[in-house]
Design a protein around this ligand. Sequence first.
Ligand code: NOJ
Length: 564
Amino acid sequence: MPASDSDAPARAPWWTKAVVYQVYPRSFADSDGDGVGDLGGIRSKLDYLADLGVDAVWLSPVYPSPQHDNGYDISDYQEIEPVFGSLAEFDLLLAEAHERGIKIVMDLVVNHTSDEHAWFQESRSSLTNPKRDWYWWRKPQADGSAPNGWGSAFSGPAWTLDDTTGEYYLHLFAKQQPDLNWENPEVRQAVYSMMNWWLDRGVDGFRMDVINFIAKRVELVDGPAAATGGGSPMGPQIHDFLQEMHREVFEGRRGEHLTVGEMPGVSTDDALLFTDPARHEVDMIFQFEHVGLDQGEHKFDVLPRNLPALKQSLSRWQDGLAATGWNSLYLNNHDQPRLVSRFGNDTTYRYESATLWALVLHLHRGTPYIYQGEEIGMTNVRFDFIHDYRDLESLNHYREAVEDFDLDPGTVLAGVQTMGRDNARTPMQWDASPQAGFTTGTPWLAVNPNSADINVAADLSTERSIFRFYQSLIELRHESEVVALGDFALLEPDHEALYAFTRTLGDETLLVVANASDAPLSGPLPADVSGAELVLANYPADPDAAAHPTETTLRPWEARLYRL
Ligand code: NOJ
């Protein structure tokens, strides 16, 4: 969909002008005082989301689950987890969201099920069970070891020996998350039928969990030669699977659905194939390149922020999917640290840096995703003890690093404090009351101690409201074709502090200039802004600007959007 094509705006799908808000149900709002967020809580906040202006909500999993991985281990795909509510309440949520013009996008977790799912229970029961082949079972090697050297994303091997039949099963994530065998057509049909059941119920699409891993490099699964211990397990048949899914689930539906595939480890060339509309795979993907730049060999080895690398990476993705395909835009989600702590300054310049990153991200070409709490500048948490954390990824990593590899506990804890997923999962901070208005009970994960200062009520009562800034950005995307579809061009790619780019559609050009640093930045702007309209900024207008149209000082974390 090149922007130079003058009919493009008329033909552009709805999600090119949309902003999606991610709700992590456990941590959003608790309506019954059990300390865990629920559907009732989400329903009570729909007016808040409508006020923000978002077009769709992506719900992290709300299905029955033993919750080893907070719902990403599903034991029944066609029910609602009782802690969250019921199907009847889900239907109410859907209707009430639709009344407000908000679509609901479900999380589709079909690379794996829970080990408590009936499919796995049957599969593990005997070598001859009809569902045996629904998962990846393999005999031990001659020396008793696992079929290959793949490691699980949550520490330890990706294979677990099951006593019932003496065979190993594959789990790329926790051992309670066995991988489904998508080579088996019955598995695929069962998943498509479940997806159709949700769409028939009225949901508006799916965010697809690690969907590129459903296709395995089958030749790597077996035998010692296959031991890799790393690399992507994604097999080339992924495209056939996604095209089949499209035919079986989406083709022929008139509705306006959204499909976004989470795909670790893919390149822009892969993404082009996945998101080319003519190929009928997915609308967009979540890629990981930009959120891997500050991680060393392991995600908990934290590297310093590298602004040129970040800009150049996002720009490469903009260019890669400019003519065909589409980008999703995100800087945080339930698996990532809080963006203001990771990329900004979450103390002195919290408002400025939160709004700078909001402006920069939302002015890229693609569909922006806001993660709950981002719109009020929620920050990372810093628990003093490992036992205050809940996420299995952090806890497994800590145990392995300290017990098996003898690393210094303080250093390992510091990595968890910076990169751990619980940073994103502390309860939503609604007000200054003791549990931040999230629950009247004891929250499942402690509230961030800064909730007395950082919360929705406080944000909305100040002139410098991050929420209101996001509102403006969302309005802008709804109204402006150049924001939705304009061509992107990065300026000053090597600059260590300046983030600058243009967006152009027809004869309209927007310019973003942003000082992503704690120090003032003086010098010429990368374009002449005399006579330009200042559309949005996170500081009051610079009184000297008119006198120095090409020479300016950007204050710490100042961001401006001009229409040239
Ligand atoms: C990606 C999800 O976003 C993450 O939270 C989860 O742990 C893994 N996939 C496994 O489902």
